[in-house]
Design a protein around this ligand. Sequence first.
Ligand code: URA
Length: 208
Amino acid sequence: MPLYEIRHPLIRHKLGVMRRADLSTKSFRELAQEVGALLTYEASKDLPLEPHEVEGWCGTVRTEKLAGKKVTVVPILRAGIGMLDGVLSLIPGARVSVVGIARNEETLEAHTYLERLVGELDQRLALIVDPMLATGGSMNATIDLLKRAGCKEIRALVLVAAPVGIERVLAAHPDVSIYTASVDDGLNEHGYIMPGLGDAGDRIFGTK
Ligand code: URA
């Protein structure tokens, strides 16, 4: 399944502002949510609709409504929280499944330390949110656990992605779609995306 690099002018402008090292925590946090909402708009544009009738000012009007597709938003802790409200601003009825993934510093394997998934995952579209898709380890671990829990339709929303992370996710999970505001150049020796945003968690939470 595909990679979508969303080259909308508003996204490109906002991401450009986020790259400024002197940006305040407040502004970075607001922009992460806004770009999260804009990526949600793109990632939801094929959701099914059904005919619907409402009583309008001049009588009955034939309209459309979402055909009851259930959604769960899946923020990967901690930085994914920085995009959660942006997604929920457009899909307010979505349920939230929280996943915490950490890297075992000895084995370098991603391991799950928190998994609070909502019910009926087999009937839900899962929108995973994480600002940075770097090596793909956390994303693949999250997709693995969602699939084990029965989830059949998964989309990943990331602000910035590295080519190696995209390749690893799509190699392991070709049925998953990735929506990103930018495919950046690559990773540095510390695993940071270049030019990237720096440590997105620190910038969202104001740590460091
Ligand atoms: N996580 C971040 O916060 N930034 C990166 O560049 C890579 C992973």
